[in-house]
Design a protein. Structure first.
Length: 430
């Protein structure tokens, strides 16, 4: 009896010690995170200024910052609900869809805007915008629907396939397609001047023949320009399973690759499940392809909760996993870098978990995260795109019913207070 009592006391003592140890380890982890230094931000609740003309943004689906720190966005006018566009139907004084493309200056003023003009292809579902070194604007699209609806009409917006879902059967609308490959209407990238003058395009509507096609894209998610190589890099990944690289002057294909630098395929992958081995190809969508100054390209395999890194020629370097219990939309949406010469910090937009993850880029180590879900400034509903300006400020856009662009002002390097710091509300606004 006494021996059993001693054993029970010993077990209880050990359990208490282990519990205390676990608590201590937790405290140490928090203290360690709190002791690190990292960039800090505050949301600017007054940026941008109210849009003119009763304009309203729909799903805000692309973001870029030009050499003058002007912020360019593209949204989906046709994604507005009926009660957001009374003015369009002349049923009330407000409101109507803003033009597809808008540019803001650093103070939040609209300085440029334009929409579709006749005479060339136009996406059924806008997705992605970038600015090259000559100031040209490039637009992508991920619509798989029939071409032809009126710009700004409800019919213009054709939703993409469900994230991680199997592709639809072979399309029966016009366009050449290999057997078993779904044709996308938006199998092109458009090139414009800053004032909206059409300058040309890569690919053509309904032209895609799949992930080995050297003439067309298929459901582009993001476009970025690499000034070091003078190349256009596309996350060619709502229909295709690849990164593709193009010459911005000749509009010709240069190279492409899939996951781990392998040739891409159009094989159907099952939906992502946590704990399964990493797939040997990208799932749809391949949602970003962000070049760095040191010659690397960071690729978002969004619904696989992973980020893969490549050399500019497509040679595989490494991969990192993030929030691996995230199903559905996935955790790795887009990436931006700090603007110091080494691009020391990497910011990962996580639209499902409503946060930005701040990484030490070279160490590929997360330092902390910030943000939360919601409608107030500094919160997100489906954080989609992310970009930085020359002063280190972060800009974000939101899709689905988020429908906005926000600015997060860079406040310098400071101590991390917690592994996740919540919405970065201005310190002087209690």
């Amino acid at each position: 009896m006494r021996r059993n009592l001693y054993v029970g006391v010993a077990v209880l003592t050990l359990a208490t010690a282990l519990g205390a140890g676990s608590m201590l380890l937790g405290k140490q982890a928090t203290v360690q995170a709190a002791g690190e230094q990292a960039p800090k931000f505050e949301v600017d609740p007054f940026w941008p200024k109210p849009l003119p003309n009763g304009w309203v943004l729909g799903q805000t689906i692309g973001l870029a910052v030009d050499a003058q720190d002007n912020v360019w966005i593209v949204h989906r006018p046709g994604s507005l609900e009926a009660k957001e566009s009374y003015l369009t139907r002349k049923e009330a004084d407000c409101c109507t869809a803003a033009p597809d493309v808008l540019a803001f200056d650093a103070n939040g003023n609209v300085i440029q805007h334009w929409s579709k003009v006749e005479g060339h292809d136009w996406p059924t579902s806008n997705h992605g915008i970038t600015v090259d070194s000559k100031g040209n604007i490039w637009l992508g699209g991920n619509g798989a629907g029939q071409p032809g609806p009126a710009p700004g009409s409800a019919a213009q917006f054709a939703p993409p396939p469900a994230r991680g879902a199997a592709p639809a059967p072979v399309s029966d609308y016009p366009g050449a397609a290999a057997p078993g490959v779904r044709t996308y209407h938006d199998s092109f990238i458009l090139k414009f001047s800053k004032t909206g003058q059409y300058l040309g395009q890569i690919g053509k509507a309904n032209g895609s023949k799949g992930s080995m096609d050297n003439d067309n894209v298929r459901g582009v998610a993001q476009i970025r320009f690499d000034p070091k190589t003078n190349e256009l890099i596309a996350a060619d990944g709502y229909g295709n399973h690849r990164v593709s690289v193009w010459d911005p002057d000749t509009l010709k294909f240069k190279r492409a690759w899939g996951a781990y630098g392998k040739p891409p395929t159009d094989d159907t992958l099952p939906p992502y499940q946590p704990g399964q081995p990493p797939p040997q190809q990208f799932r749809n969508p391949v949602h970003c392809a962000q070049p760095s100054k040191d010659g690397l390209i960071y690729v978002c395999d969004r619904v696989s909760d992973r980020l893969q890194v490549f050399k500019a020629d497509g040679t595989y370097v490494s991969e990192t996993f993030l929030e691996t219990n995230t199903k559905g939309d996935g955790s790795v949406w887009e990436i931006a870098f700090s603007r110091d010469p080494q691009e020391k910090y990497m910011y990962v937009a996580d639209g499902a978990n409503h946060k930005i993850h701040v990484f030490d880029r070279l160490a590929m180590k997360e330092i902390y995260s910030f943000g939360s879900g919601g409608r107030q400034p500094g919160e997100w509903y489906a954080l989609h795109s992310i970009a930085t300006d020359s002063k280190g400020n972060i800009y974000t856009t939101e899709t689905y019913r988020g429908q906005r662009v926000q600015k997060f002002t860079y406040k310098g390097i400071a101590a991390v207070t917690a592994p996740h710091e919540g919405a970065p509300w201005p310190a002087n606004r209690k």
